[in-house]
Design a protein around this ligand. Structure first.
Ligand code: NZQ
Ligand code: ZN
Length: 389
């Protein structure tokens, strides 16, 4: 087992009746009577969550900041950071899915940053967020795990860029995770959530067999649970048992636990972000497009783990070669049965030179040896994207 050093300070309040604790929770992080409530494009007004939350925030003066986009945009978030600076805001409450929560992580850092925070996202030397204001989250979409981790992904569509950020400052102080929110989600978003959680698990599991037996079984537990409940949640999103298991799987898939003591891949995500940056394809769908092709490209490097995955998660028997291949087919079929297409051209028109463009971007960024064995080269990336067209 590899060595590790771990802390996850986020308090998770899971279940359907934690709203009444909101006020006291927030007061433990700020003395200011004024806080910011940040949200997305308005789903919280239609499903009544905004009202429920506001009913428990009467102790505060609330500055509302709405309009954070899916794939949160740098320029929008900068407006929120300016307001926080001007109004001396010390606490932001994120009410939404991964995009709003990620956006609030960025706002928290940008508010305390002197200079242009884009340089932090570009990872320019010496440019880091060294302070951040506090924030908590109320999760409305189980998918990203952002409610329980310290990472964020910020887009800048005018530059076709989607960049990651994070660090210990960006753990939410608390997250309210109420599975009832699943009932109001469009099927498209439920499917996205299942696939994103599945792929977060595979990124940290589908590498090579390791000595961390517990982590491997935990990953297999999440994958098996998602396969078991995924199609049923789609049919019956009001079912609390199903919704709560989906939400808990998604949190566990990316709360930092699965990566402990094991190698990780993450290259599907790195390529997938390019598809969102150029074509606006939903994050989870980019993963469903890229992963099957990446696993084919890396078949021999990943074969040992593919066999384990096939046997333990899909209950397959046969030769190792058959099991590994069938496990991949089953994975792609699982995504497709949730209504998720697995080629780029089913979402958008795409130029023939797009695979080369992605390759060049990876080279420019110095991403030349990726995946758990550093065996994925920019040329492999090009071939993976080519195969995904
Ligand atoms: O904006 P509103 O109107 O609220 O609508 C949203 C949005 O259109 C809607 N929605 C959310 N909760 C709802 C709801 N509609 C009805 N009822 C509800 N209860 O769903 C749409 C998508 O929301 P979004 O937050 O964009 O989805 P998701 O949670 O999948 O987040 C995706 C973003 O997270 C990033 C992705 O790259 C993408 O930008 N990720 C963040 C990660 C992290 N921080 O750890 C890891 C992930 O790999 C991912 O990269
Ligand atoms: Zn993801």
């Amino acid at each position: 087992m590899q060595n590790f050093d771990v802390i996850n300070p986020t308090r998770i309040l899971f279940g359907d009746n934690h709203y009444e604790k909101l006020s006291e929770l927030i007061k433990s992080y700020t003395d200011q009577p004024k806080i910011m409530l940040a949200y997305g494009g308005g789903s919280i007004f239609k499903n009544g969550i905004h009202k429920k939350v506001m009913d428990h925030l009467s102790d505060f003066e609330i500055i509302e900041f709405g309009g954070i986009e899916a794939n949160p945009q740098f320029t929008t978030l900068m407006q929120a950071a300016e307001i926080c600076k001007k109004e001396n805001i010390e606490f932001v409450l994120a009410l939404g899915g991964g995009s709003v929560i990620d956006g609030v992580k960025f706002i928290a850092g940008a508010t305390k940053y002197d200079g242009d925070p884009w340089e932090v996202l570009l990872r320019e030397e010496g440019k880091v967020f060294s302070a951040a204001i506090s924030f908590g989250t109320i999760l409305t979409l189980p998918a990203t795990g952002s409610e329980a981790n310290s990472g964020a992904v910020i887009s800048r569509s005018e530059l076709n860029e989607k960049r990651t950020m994070g660090g210990p400052l960006f753990f939410p102080k608390f997250s309210l995770c109420n599975p009832n929110v699943v009932a109001s989600l469009p099927k498209r978003q439920i499917a996205n959530g299942i696939v994103d959680a599945f792929m977060h698990t595979l990124e940290q599991y589908l590498t090579y067999p390791t000595d961390n037996l517990l982590q491997e079984r935990q990953a297999e537990g999440i994958l098996s649970t998602l396969i078991e409940i995924g199609p049923d949640v789609m049919k019956d999103p009001s079912n609390y048992k199903l919704a709560s298991n989906l939400m808990w799987c998604a949190t566990h898939a990316l709360n930092g636990n699965l990566r402990l003591g094991v190698p990780t891949d993450w290259c599907t995500h790195m390529i997938g972000h390019e598809l969102t940056a150029f074509f606006g394809i939903d994050h989870a769908r980019t993963l469903a497009i890229i992963a099957p092709r990446l696993y084919e490209n890396q078949f021999s490097n990943k074969k040992g783990k593919l066999v384990q995955y096939g046997k333990r998660v899909w209950n397959l028997t046969g030769s190792d070669q058959e099991i590994a291949k069938t496990a991949l087919q089953k994975t792609e079929a699982f995504f497709q049965n949730l209504g998720i297409e697995t080629t780029i051209s089913s979402y958008t028109k795409v130029d023939d030179n797009f695979p080369e463009l992605v390759k060049q971007r990876f080279i420019e960024r110095g991403w030349v040896a990726m995946g758990e064995r550093q065996a994925i080269t920019p040329e492999d990336v090009k071939q993976i994207v080519q195969a995904a067209l």
